[in-house]
Design a protein around this ligand. Structure first.
Ligand SMILES: *Cc1c(COP(=O)(O)O)cnc(C)c1O
Length: 448
């Protein structure tokens, strides 16, 4: 469009979102309210700190940078280089890694970069079955990975519903994959990465450990780290790690010499373009927070909450996949309760408890229906929910799922959800007025 002669292009006049775009502003406000009024039990969800939020929304989004510190394709990168180096140094320190790449846009992109590094189209992958807890980016047939590579899947043991490493080894010997993927989105038990590496070595495969869900626990020393074992470690940063919606890749001392340069060029220009500089800043802040003692306290509380929830649900007659949990999440099998995962998700949503329906191992329902739900404690623990609230929560879940709830029950449960939400208000840094009444700090820093 031509610019009229007597007019100049208007500069950014500093107008607020509310005045420039009231529609988007109103939607964000409604979402802010929803986040406050709902009990968030989606296992991959969390709430970032005001500091991470500030970095995410900073002016860094204006900077274009391609490549890596000291090796850029644009000038004016001196501040960005310092920032990315800081983030890299923190990631290496926190996870005991010899090399870190902080540029992946998401956990899925991080996985794609690993595939590009070690695989050619048509090569074989062995990963965890999506219906048994694996992730879409591990080779589901309708994804890019599934179309470009020859993807095979291991499942959990039908009896124990846990990984059976002997079975996985036998399958690996049979399939002879070039890459084995260890890691899951819906597996409540500890993963033995050392054993996975032994399996990979026996069949001459590379090992990718995808710790998207458990990276916060790994950082806090509450789940064994794969860094000493896996050739590649990838993670999302928005889950237990409580950072921005983004990704990263770590290499241990044993694999960095061979793969550091290769993985960097696989991320850029292999699968991505210019750096999301604002996300790098947010990840740097996240990593600093994750090094603090209060983060370890948070993760211990996260695990304790998960344990209480699991134990109390079992006592109330719910069946949990594998009989319990070692981490921040669990899978509830609703078959005996006579409702589907979809129905349970909808019922709980009607009282502002947010969960997701989830396929269970050997599920007979369709993926749109599912026999179970997955619940996790990361977000509510950030909010400050402790053991007392866990007992309240199991009572509410029980009332909603064990039989068809009456109108009175629904009203009562809704009131109780409101009470719990008010007791532990979730505040985003945009909530200035309320922020004066409640300390934002207390939400993120549990007392030791
Ligand atoms: C969440 C997740 C990912 C990546 O998800 P993104 O949304 O791309 O960050 C990858 N692997 C596993 C196991 C996950 O749970």
């Amino acid at each position: 469009m031509a610019i009229p002669k007597n007019k100049t292009v208007k500069k950014n006049d500093g107008l607020s979102l509310n005045s420039v775009d009231p529609e988007v502003f109103a939607i964000i406000e409604r979402e802010n309210q929803r986040q406050k009024d709902n009990i968030e039990l989606i296992a991959s969800a969390n709430f970032v700190s005001p500091a991470v939020l500030e970095a995410t929304g900073s002016i860094l989004t204006n900077k274009v940078a391609e490549g890596y510190p000291g090796r850029r394709y644009f000038s004016g990168c001196e501040n960005i280089d310092e920032l990315e180096n800081l983030a890299i140094a923190r990631a290496k320190e926190l996870f005991g890694a010899a090399h870190a790449n902080l540029e992946p846009y998401t956990g899925s992109q991080a996985n794609h970069a690993v595939y590009l590094t070690v695989l050619k189209p048509g090569d074989r992958i062995l990963g965890m079955d999506l219906g048994h807890g694996g992730h879409l980016s591990h080779g589901a047939k309708f994804t890019m990975t599934g179309k470009h590579y020859d993807c095979h899947f291991y499942q959990v043991d039908p009896e124990t519903e846990r990984l059976n490493y002997d079975q996985i080894l036998a399958q690996a010997k049979d399939i002879r994959p070039k890459l084995i993927i260890a890691g899951a989105s819906a597996y409540p038990r500890t993963i033995d990465f050392k054993r996975f590496r032994e399996i990979a070595d026996e069949v001459g495969a590379y090992l990718l450990a995808d710790i998207a869900h458990i990276s916060g626990l790994v950082a806090a020393g509450l789940h064994p780290s794969p860094v000493p074992y896996a050739h590649f470690v990838t993670s999302s940063t928005q889950k237990t790690l409580r950072g921005p919606r983004s990704g990263m890749i770590l290499l241990g001392e044993h694999s960095a010499p061979e793969f550091a340069r290769k993985i960097d060029s696989a991320v850029f220009p292999g699968v991505q373009g210019a750096v999301h500089v604002h996300a790098i800043a947010a990840k740097a802040v996240m990593l600093k927070e994750a090094m603090s003692p209060s983060f370890a306290t948070y993760q211990r509380q996260n695990l304790e909450n998960s344990q209480i929830l699991a134990k109390d649900l079992l006592e109330r007659g719910f069946r949990l996949v594998s009989g319990g949990t070692d981490n921040h999440l669990m899978l509830i099998d609703l078959t005996e309760k006579g409702i589907t995962g979809k129905e349970a998700e909808d019922r709980l949503a009607s009282v502002r408890i947010t969960v997701n329906k989830n396929m269970l191992p050997y599920d007979s329902q369709k993926p749109t229906i599912c026999s179970g739900i997955r619940i996790g404690t990361s977000a509510i623990t950030t909010r400050g929910f402790g053991s007392e609230e866990m007992y309240c929560l199991t009572e509410l879940i029980d009332q909603m799922l064990s039989s068809e709830p009456t109108v009175q029950t629904i009203t009562k449960v809704r009131d109780e959800v409101s009470r719990l939400c008010r007791l532990h208000p979730h505040l985003n840094s945009v909530d200035k007025e309320e922020g004066e009444r409640f300390s934002l700090e207390s939400q993120y820093q549990l007392q030791s």
